[in-house]
Structures are given as structure tokens and as C-alpha cells.
Design a protein around this ligand. Structure first.
Ligand SMILES: Cc1ncc(C[n+]2csc(CCOP(=O)(O)OP(=O)(O)O)c2C)c(N)n1
Ligand SMILES: [Mg+2]
Length: 387
């Protein structure tokens, strides 16, 4: 575990084997709460497995798994209030589900469908969509938090990102404005040790990522990101502090990306099997399960019933997703601008004409000349070519 030369706090309650280190905070006496956290982590993991399988069978596009990082999202999502705003990145399904984002919306998003960013549940209607451009969401969160400040609302913007994202200018600019204006924002860093194939140790010279907060005038600390109790405890504190106008917080959650970066990656090309199997010994789901079992509130029967229930819920989401008709291709223009920019009229018309030509061609294939089709040409740079 890295230690800060600045002596920033590091919190852990559960050892990798689930045994307790020291005394738990009072909120953890509620065994219903602890089993709820566990159930949500299992649901997230099972959905995640299914999403990977759906990509492998060509039913969605590229998908970034959250395997091994479930504790972070579950703690964040469990604690945020409905009126807060989540500004997520692409490894946040655990938090998003708890906010009210539907599992089928996540499948829609990775299936290239705009409805995956237009959340139906009013509980998350103001949350921002998944952000793929690295670290840009940190600035959006500061914008949201500035609006809360101007309106005098006691709401908090929570934004998440990876370890690699903390090396980007956008992230550092966001920290700066958050510190300068003491905004009600919490930055949650999922330090999963890798930014695609770049390991944490060569991304940044600082011993911890949490200390980036210090230079910007924020409170920063580290937490064991595989110990959901630790993340929950520090996140609760951070949210409360930000809500009371006492300033922003950066929480560095130390975890490990047990999966490939995305389904388009093969992590075995750049990291050792030993490293990954060592990391499996620290993973968050088994850790909490062992703790709950040792305290007599979880057993094999509960586990089997939970798995069956989660699988049924995941399958229902898949069925809902697959029953939806595909969106019209020009839907890609929707939801982006509050006020349509006239400069994009040409592009929209071009797509509309193209769709109309295709529809006419498929209605009467023999009578119409074939539209040039896109196909993959292997071995050529770029991959996509007109056939
Ligand atoms: C602005 C930008 N640059 C590059 C990329 C390509 N890219 C996608 S994920 C990624 C690494 C991100 O690593 P990290 O921040 O640690 O998050 P993780 O994926 O590990 O959760 C990069 C460079 C991108 N999506 N956006
Ligand atoms: Mg990372």
C-alpha cells in the first residue's frame, strides 16, 4: 500500500480475508445495511459478467468491466441523496444502479443507443451521462457544484475518475477551481493501478494521488477501495462536509482492475498472471462476504438465493434491452444541445437523405443501385474501408 509523505489518512476496516482491524464506526452496527451493500455488489458483478458476455456475442459494443472495483460505486451510490448529482465515468455502474439508472440503459449506452444516456428514473434524471473522454467530467462536476453554490442549494456534485485521469490537465484544473471556490464537490478516484497498459507507478511521481488535493487547497485522503466499509465511512464524511459548505474532498480509493481495460483489450499482454492472482486475494466481494458470514448474517443458502434473484433481474434487463426497436440513426443528434446549432443542419440533412436512400433500397433491392457498404478489410491500417 503506498504511504503519503504528507501523512494523509488511510482508512481500512476489513483485512483482505474479511477480519476486522480495530473498531467499526457506529453506523456499521446495522447488519441490514451491510447485507444491502453486499447484495448490491453481487448484483453489479453479475450484471457486469453478463455485459461482457453480451459484447462477446456481438449484442453490444465495447464494454468496460468493473470487476474488482464494486465497493467504490456501491458506497458512493448508497450514500448520495437523490438531490445530489453524480458525474460519472465509464466504470460506475455500481453507483448508477443505486441512483436509479436501469440496467437496460447501461446496455443501451454500450450498444450505441442514445437512450442509454437519457435516464428514465426521476431519481437520477439530473445525473450526467457516462463520460468516456478522460477527466473532462471533473470540470463538469465543478460547473454543477458552482450552480449549487450560486443557488444556495445544499446539494453535492460527486465525480469519479481513474488513476490515469488524475494526470490530465482537466482533472488538475477542476481541483484548482474546486479549491479556489471551495465548491460542494467530492472527487472519487478509482485507483485501479492501471490506465489501460500504463501502470500507476509510471503515470505520476507523487507517492499518492490523494496528495494532489493538497496543492489545490482541498482535503485529500486514501481509503482501501476493496473495503466497502472503509469507502462508505469516508464517503459519508466527505459528502457531509461538502454539503455543509466546509469544502471539497478528494478520496483516493485503492483497488485493482481485475478485468481487461475493456473488452477491446487483452491485459495479459502487459501484466503478469502472478500480479492478477495476488490482487484476487484482496477483492471486495469475498472480503465482505467473509465478514458477514463470520458474524452469522450470511450463509450459503442466502448466497444461492441472492445469485438466483440477481440473475433473474439481469436477464429481465437483457430481455427489455433486446425487445427495444433500434433507434433511428439520426437520433445521434438528440440530447446533445439544448438549442440546436444551425451549423449542424447540413450534417443532419445528409444523414436523413442517406437513411431515406437505404430505406428505399431495402424496400426494393433489385430496382435500386447498392449503397457502398462499409466492411472491415483486415491487414490494412485504419480497418474500415469502403468496399
Ligand atoms: C481524452 C482522452 N484521451 C484518451 C482516451 C483513451 N483512454 C480511454 S481509457 C484510458 C485510460 C484511463 O485510465 P484511468 O484513468 O486509470 O481509468 P481506468 O480505465 O483504469 O478506470 C485512456 C487513455 C480517452 N478516452 N479520452
Ligand atoms: Mg486506472
Amino acid at each position: 500500500m503506498p504511504h503519503s509523505k504528507l501523512d494523509l489518512p488511510f482508512t481500512r476496516y476489513l483485512d483482505p480475508d474479511g477480519s476486522l482491524i480495530g473498531e467499526l464506526p457506529a453506523w456499521a452496527d446495522d447488519s441490514n445495511l451491510l447485507t444491502r451493500l453486499y447484495r448490491q455488489m453481487v448484483l453489479t458483478r453479475l450484471f457486469d459478467q453478463k455485459a461482457v458476455a453480451m459484447q462477446r456475442t456481438g449484442r453490444i459494443g465495447t464494454y468496460p468491466s468493473t470487476l474488482g472495483q464494486e465497493a467504490i460505486g456501491i458506497a458512493v451510490g448508497s450514500l448520495m441523496r437523490a438531490e445530489d448529482v453524480l458525474v460519472p465515468y465509464y466504470r460506475d455502474i455500481g453507483a448508477q444502479f443505486l441512483r436509479g439508472v436501469r440496467m437496460e440503459e447501461i446496455l443501451l449506452y454500450w450498444g450505441g443507443d442514445e437512450r442509454g444516456s437519457a435516464f428514465v428514473d426521476p431519481g437520477c434524471a439530473e445525473d450526467l451521462p457516462i463520460c468516456v473522454p478522460i477527466a473532462t467530467q471533473a470540470l463538469h462536476a465543478c460547473g454543477v457544484a458552482t450552480a449549487f453554490r450560486i443557488r444556495g442549494e445544499h446539494r453535492v456534485a460527486v465525480t469519479t475518475c481513474g488513476d490515469g485521469a488524475t494526470s490530465k490537465g482537466d482533472f488538475l484544473e477542476a481541483l484548482n477551481v474546486a479549491g479556489a471556490w471551495q465548491l460542494p464537490v467530492v472527487f472519487v478516484v478509482n485507483n485501479n493501478q492501471w490506465a489501460i497498459s500504463v501502470p500507476r507507478r509510471i503515470q505520476c511521481g507523487a507517492p499518492t494521488l490523494a496528495q494532489k488535493a493538497v496543492g489545490a487547497g482541498l482535503h485529500g485522503e486514501q481509503v482501501d477501495g476493496n473495503d466497502v466499509l472503509a469507502v462508505y465511512d469516508r464517503m459519508q464524511w466527505a459528502l457531509e462536509r461538502a454539503r455543509q459548505g466546509k469544502g471539497p474532498v478528494l478520496l483516493e480509493c485503492i483497488t485493482y482492475r481485475l478485468c481487461d481495460h475493456t473488452t477491446a483489450d487483452d491485459a495479459s499482454r502487459y501484466r503478469s498472471a502472478e500480479e492478477v492472482s495476488q490482487a484476487w486475494r484482496e477483492e471486495p466481494v469475498k472480503r465482505l462476504q467473509a465478514f458477514l458470514a463470520a458474524h452469522g448474517v450470511w450463509n450459503e443458502q442466502h448466497e444461492q438465493a441472492l445469485i438466483a434473484e440477481c440473475q433473474q433481474r439481469v436477464q429481465q434487463a437483457v430481455d427489455n434491452f433486446e425487445a427495444l426497436e433500434a433507434q433511428a440513426p439520426d437520433a445521434l443528434f438528440e440530447h446533445v444541445y439544448a438549442k440546436w446549432p444551425a451549423a449542424l443542419d447540413d450534417q443532419r440533412e445528409m444523414i436523413a437523405e442517406r437513411i431515406a436512400r437505404r430505406q428505399a433500397a431495402s424496400a426494393a433491392p433489385a430496382a435500386k443501385p447498392e449503397e457502398p457498404r462499409l466492411r472491415l478489410v483486415s491487414g490494412q491500417k485504419g480497418g474500415l474501408h469502403h468496399a
